[in-house]
Design a protein around this ligand. Structure first.
Ligand code: AMP
Length: 248
């Protein structure tokens, strides 16, 4: 089985994001960037399937600037076999990412595409679903467990109020939720080995995709500041405050 894992380079989840003063977006200058956390979970799942002998090859792809190559190297150090960098300095919206991925699927013929459920920068939660629609493939989103047997993927999904289990015929799309696994840290020898793994370079035009934005961002603002808390004397004061200030 062959697995394709799209990995996005995003602002590191530990960084306090700052909005630009002209409200056009967030400040990316000198900010630490990392692999989208849900994509780390996707790579980890693919590597575990390979370790179980279910998967033979893991191809990782990133659509972004030259530096997205570092994100691919991280995935290769975790255990992926080769990478594809689709180079662009533009912001690529989920529909265009999905169209590029469709082109790559056409060339690579994977049995499974494992994506993150969402990228923590745009919080779109769209790409996996759009790719499934463009390919007309079954999808199991928000996966907390994936079992592959006899060409079928059994995906347990986290849904409101419980879990849902789906059986998907491959080829299929899976998107990862937080509880699917805990991604490994790449060991030093594996980081060294990853330097020798191949990364192909492509452009969106190679897949016939025009990355011009269809959406325009009206403005980006900081969330309201949290108000300071207050220490109360005892429980009865707390209860009366909660009642009088509307929280109960
Ligand atoms: P989104 O729909 O933007 O929230 O992203 C969902 C998932 O799609 C991510 O977790 C990635 O697996 C994949 N993805 C989105 N944008 C990119 C990108 N530029 N390069 C590679 N994968 C991406």
């Amino acid at each position: 089985m062959k697995v394709l894992v799209p990995v996005k380079r995003v602002i590191d989840y530990n960084v306090k994001v700052r909005v630009k003063s002209d409200q056009t977006g967030v400040d990316l200058a000198n900010v630490k960037m990392s692999m989208n956390p849900f994509d780390e979970i996707a790579v980890e799942e693919a590597v575990r399937l390979k370790e179980k002998g279910v998967v033979e090859e893991i191809v990782v792809v990133s659509i972004g600037p030259q530096q997205a190559q570092e994100t691919l190297r991280t995935a290769l150090a975790m255990g992926a076999d080769r990478g594809i960098l689709v180079k662009t300095d533009e912001t690529v919206e989920p529909l265009n990412v999905a169209k590029i991925l469709k082109g790559i699927v056409g060339e690579e013929n994977p049995d499974l595409v494992i994506l993150g459920k969402q990228a923590i920068d745009d919080d779109a939660n769209q790409t996996g679903q759009m790719l499934a629609a463009l390919l007309d493939w079954p999808q199991g989103t928000f996966a907390s467990e994936v079992v592959i047997e006899d060409g079928k993927a059994t995906v347990t999904r986290e849904i409101d109020g419980g879990l849902q289990t789906l059986a998907l015929q491959t080829p299929a799309i899976v998107t990862t939720d937080l509880r699917l696994n805990e991604p490994r840290y790449a060991s030093l020898p594996n980081i060294m080995k990853a330097k020798k793994k191949p990364i192909d370079e492509k452009a969106p035009g190679d897949y016939g995709v025009d990355t011009a934005a269809r959406l325009s961002v009206v403005k980006v603002t900081e969330p309201p500041e949290r108000e300071a808390g207050e220490i109360v004397e005892d429980v009865s004061t707390l209860v009366s405050k909660l009642k009088s200030e509307g929280a109960l």
